[in-house]
Design a protein around this ligand. Structure first.
Ligand code: AOF
Ligand code: ZN
Length: 355
């Protein structure tokens, strides 16, 4: 299963709106005779690639899959049936398929007399597929908040300068995160002060994510902004009343949303619902502090990656703006899932605490 999870990871950033899935076929003696992973939405599922490689050697053997085999005829046929036809006698999978149209493979396999075992290395298989699993379970994209800050949690100096807080390796790592995301999201403050490009650079074979700018007054994105170039598609999200004539003339795709319930900013749940409708399963939230606070206050942050540079500023904007928390018992608590040195910087990953 460890190998199957590694195979699944090869699909990251390329399979959306479908999951990443890996599969290993073992012959009756336990030797690996086939490997496969899902390469792109609409293409063969991981099991089909692995069975094709195994050929007749699958007979009497075991299939190890990171996700419960599907049981539906969608863009391809049911993997449950393909596994039965190949003569596999045992299927081991990690995570149940939450997709109502595809699930049921485990039951179908058991009914065909196959020995089925679930839950093997479930945590690792959840981790590699977390964006898709979250999106299907919650019916909205997975939201991954990324920030870069000094050791004292500041994203810019008092005069607004921020280039570059973290090192080249940390910035390259951000491009990997972008490449694994369906959309990259920034707010109007970041759009105005940083004029970010938000496209993926230097990641071989990467697909460009949709660039999304939240700009309620449609005033932060100038017609010549780098985010409007033709490297990747861009969506400017604004209010129902903003004047977008200049942006439209510059070729921007516009989405209008109602205001948030508290009247400050736009309705983020409506935004995520619309992105989900457009097949966006994962969003990388890249800034700035106000937008991050709005997502956090709504309980809409599913994962955090922070890059901490060994530098101190003592003044300047904090990485997170006021999220409505006034006393320590209201602190939003997270569980650390990783710490790693990336060049001279520290990368910290965390997910919301569940208990
Ligand atoms: C995949 N790849 O390796 C497996 C999947 O869009 P379709 O018709 O190909 O079906 C996609 C569904 O099939 C997907 O949402 C998931 O529930 C199931 N399994 N999908 O794309 C795979 N094993
Ligand atoms: Zn399938």
């Amino acid at each position: 299963m460890r190998r199957a999870v590694d195979l699944a990871a090869r699909g990251l950033g390329r399979t959306s709106p479908n999951p990443v899935v890996g599969c290993v076929i073992l012959d009756p003696a336990g030797r690996t005779v086939g490997e496969g992973w899902h390469k792109r939405a609409g293409g063969p599922h991981a099991e089909i690639h692995a069975l094709a490689e195994a050929g007749d050697d699958a007979r009497g053997g075991t299939a190890v899959v990171t996700l419960e085999p599907c049981n539906h005829t969608g863009r391809t046929g049911p993997c449950s049936r393909a596994l039965v036809a190949a003569g596999v006698v045992r299927v081991v999978y990690a995570v149940a398929d939450p997709n109502p149209t595809a699930h049921g493979g485990a039951d179908a396999l058991a009914e065909a007399g196959i020995d089925v075992e679930a839950g093997v290395l479930a945590a690792q298989a959840e981790e590699v597929n977390t964006a898709w699993l979250t999106a299907v379970r919650r019916q909205r994209p997975h939201v991954h908040w990324k920030y870069a800050a000094t050791l004292d949690g500041r994203t810019a100096a008092a005069d607004g300068t921020s280039r570059w807080i973290t090192s080249g390796p940390a910035r390259a790592d951000v491009h990997r995160l972008r490449a694994e995301s369906d959309a990259v999201l920034v707010g109007s403050g970041t759009a105005r002060t940083d004029d970010p490009h938000l496209a993926v650079r230097d990641v071989p074979g990467a697909e460009q994510p949709l660039r999304v700018v939240l700009d309620s007054s449609a005033a932060a994105v100038a017609p010549g902004a780098r985010v409007l170039d033709d490297r990747a598609p861009t969506l400017v999200v604004t209010s129902t009343t903003a004047d977008t004539s200049v942006l439209e003339a510059a070729g921007a795709d516009i989405l209008r949303l109602p205001a948030a319930r508290d009247g400050v900013g736009l309705d983020l749940r409506a935004l995520l619902a619309e992105l989900h409708r457009r097949d966006v399963r994962s969003v990388l939230l890249e800034g700035g502090p106000t937008l991050a606070a709005a997502f956090l206050a709504e309980g809409l942050v599913d994962r955090i990656t922070g890059y901490l540079a060994p530098a101190l500023l003592g003044a300047g904007p904090a990485v997170l703006a006021d999220a409505g928390i006034t006393t320590i018992t209201q602190a939003q608590r997270f569980t650390l899932t990783g710490t790693e040195l990336i060049g001279p910087d520290l990368r910290i990953t965390a997910v919301p605490r569940t208990t």
